[in-house]
Write a new protein. Sequence first.
Length: 317
Amino acid sequence: MSENSSENNIEENTISSQTENQLSDSEISAQTENQPSNSEISAQTENPPSESELPSQTENQLSDSEISSQTENSQKIHTLKVNSLYKSFGRKKVVQGVDFQMHTGEVLGLLGPNGAGKTTSFYMIVGFYQPTSGEIFLDDERITDLPMYKRARLGISYLPQEPSVFRKLTVEENIWSILETRQDLTRAEKRQRLEELIEEFSIGRIRKQPAFTLSGGERRRTEIARSLAIEPKFLLLDEPFAGIDPIAVADIKAMIKLLAKRGIGILITDHNVRDTLEITDRAIIISTGQILIQGSQQDIIDSPVAREIYLGENFHM
């Protein structure tokens, strides 16, 4: 993601400083859902489940009706709430009073022109930045000061724009390495969950391929499948449509819609306005550090202010 040159310089320096000086190894690993260290991964994937150990796809595969039933009957509604966020870098005020909330099962787009403050707002929710003032809540729990890995444990999963797969591991091993960190599942349940994710994201034919051999779309599928290994409440997607071809973009959009139907809240920030608006239930446009407008796709498109500041007069879906 990029902001204007002034904000970029500030943010890049700050992110670099925070990554080098503030985030521990375990916190950095939360970018990929609190993943284990390389040594742990090596140990965990020495003996991944063989196909003979794994239950059959027929036994494990959930039908659409079963998924729908589970979502309707057992999915509790959770809320991610942002209260009056402010962020300054030195004397520069980048975010000035951003307020919104979203629920599980909702797809929300965070949009805006370069230099508007959307990047900074998104990074405060992720946990990269601490706000100068304001609060962030997951349900009734204040998470404003929590590091990324603790937010991940509570159910906030972050998928960065940059590749986050373990390149030397296979697709199957990438997912298994995260499942192995779950203490609430038995080994048999972990194996079953692995098969469900591979089936759900149609990555069975590439399950034995090393991650570095994957196309952009295949890598994104693997990353999303892996992020669901911890069964998050919210998934924060940073530029999910960047660096992939149009066919892969369509696949990712279909997956996002499926995740929302399953009851996962999706927060997206992306420069691809049309693709983002097409799949969002609501969108927020940020300009000069403040919310310019929020509403449905049609609300955004019909807004004269949104067209003047961000979309352009000739914008259409």
